[in-house]
Design a binder for this molecule. Structure first.
Ligand code: IFM
Length: 447
């Protein structure tokens, strides 16, 4: 049997985010975020739902930690809700909100699970949006002040920090395409948001570095190969432009110190002297969120002239509902290692499903998810064998949760959540993942 290429300290984990799982949206002084607003905007979420209760993680976090312990994971990636700790985004601190993360972090540490804290997973306080949000250059400073609060409060116990989750998703969908909050479709606003979020990242890194001894700081990027939809030559240019927006707009300036060429020309009016040095701060690791490749097509009706195209017909899908290309994952891991030269943690990988539900015996069988996870794990191992510096893997997600614009119509959890009662039921994929982790640990002790 071939031996595992995984490092001895390879880290297995699960991920969630605050607005998607916590609920308690109106409890203990939490302020509204741009997603609370979007959920109340007609057409903002397909099923008209919201994150008011979500998976009720705010109250059930202890049960969720026990579920993680059963899985055998070494780390839990969660995000702090900025509007829970600073209900108006700045100035007035909400102690009750801070207390929640104290309880969560202490519970994780007691269970032997390392807390991985993401500062921003899309829930900008509405009060800051009312002052322009990410289109306002001051937002970078507001973010840095929020980072100070988090670093001072939790830095004694948390050492793994990510500044942002999926920069290009929330900026592109929030400011150019209107698939996410705040739902703007305007090129200049989008460019401002990109640049100011990059500045906020740099400022956040500096804060964490100066206030948390031993901090290991990273950022989480969604990266997927962008391929032109088959058929029209203009799709090639659409794919090249989307590649810059999707894959390069954040990691290139943050790690290499420059914007990719097309974007650099467009963003120039918003860049001030010294900005690239503020953005490009040394980090310790690269977080990759990856689900599958993207197909781009030219679309003159969109802000930037590109849109989402179709995968070639007959692409394998294994019942997942989107094309499944594990080789693209392997290639992405190798590309990342070569381009950015940072240790890579896969901070999200997994798949949704609209039909995960308990059967007559109470079991939740999700064979499509097991197939997906198995294929993607194999691709990760191939990448490592080929020289990819991959140090950890987190499944998205621990729990079924609020899937943004898709509301509760898509379930990504290893654990099924009955949203009416909050009841948790580990799916067959949870058992698969626990066994995967157990087998690797056993191999490690034998080696
Ligand atoms: O649910 C999201 C998560 O918030 C960010 N990455 C992709 C997941 C699945 O769509």
């Amino acid at each position: 049997m071939p031996t595992s290429p995984l490092r001895r300290d390879f880290l297995w984990g699960v991920s969630t985010s605050a607005y998607q799982v916590e609920g308690a949206a109106h409890e203990d002084g939490r302020g509204p975020s741009i997603w609370d607003t979007r959920c109340r905007t007609k057409g903002g979420v397909v099923d008209g739902s919201n994150g008011d209760v979500a998976a009720d993680h705010y109250h059930r976090y202890a049960e969720d930690i026990a579920l993680m312990k059963d899985l055998g994971v070494g780390a839990y990636r969660f995000s702090v809700a900025w509007p829970r700790v600073l209900p108006r985004g700045r100035d007035v601190v909400n102690e009750a909100g801070l207390d929640f993360y104290d309880r969560l972090i202490d519970g994780l540490l007691a269970a032997g699970i390392e807390p991985w804290l993401t500062l921003y997973h899309w829930d900008l306080p509405q009060a800051l949006e009312d002052q322009g949000g990410w289109t306002n250059r001051d937002c970078a400073g507001w973010f840095a002040d929020y980072a100070v609060l988090v670093a001072r409060r939790y830095g004694d116990r948390v050492k793994r920090f990510a500044t942002f989750n999926e920069f290009s998703v929330f900026t592109l969908f929030g400011y150019a395409i209107n698939w996410a909050a705040p739902g703007v479709t305007d090129g200049p606003s989008h460019l401002r948001a990109i640049h100011h979020v990059n500045l906020a990242h740099g400022a956040g890194v500096d804060v964490l570095r100066s206030l948390v001894p031993g901090a290991l700081i990273g950022a989480i990027h969604n990266r997927q190969q962008v391929l032109p939809e088959h058929g029209r030559p203009e799709n090639e240019e659409a794919a090249a432009l989307l590649d810059e927006h999707w894959n390069l707009a954040f990691p290139d300036p943050q790690i290499l110190g420059y914007y990719p060429p097309r974007l650099a020309r467009a963003i120039e009016p918003y860049v001030q002297a010294g900005d690239m040095a503020r953005i490009c701060r040394p980090t310790d690791w690269f977080g990759l969120n990856h689900y599958g490749p993207i197909f781009a097509k030219a679309d003159p009706d969109t802000t930037w002239g590109f849109g989402w195209g179709e995968a070639p017909s007959g692409s394998p899908d294994y019942g997942v509902g989107w094309p499944v290309f594990p080789d693209a994952f392997r290639d992405e891991l190798l590309r990342l290692t070569r381009r950015y030269r940072l240790p890579v943690y896969i901070t999200e990988n997994g798949c949704g499903g609209s039909e995960d539900a308990p059967d007559a015996t109470g079991q939740v069988n999700d064979p499509h998810r097991i197939t997906y996870l198995r294929l993607y794990n194999q691709a990760m191992m191939d990448a490592i064998r080929g020289g990819g510096d991959v140090r950890g893997y987190f499944v998205w997600s621990l729990l079924d949760n609020f899937e943004w614009g898709s509301g509760y119509t898509q379930r990504f959890g290893l654990v099924h959540v009955d949203f009416a009662t909050g009841q948790r039921t580990p799916k067959a994929s949870a058992r698969w993942y626990a066994e995967r982790i157990r087998a690797q640990k056993e191999e490690r002790t034998r080696a």
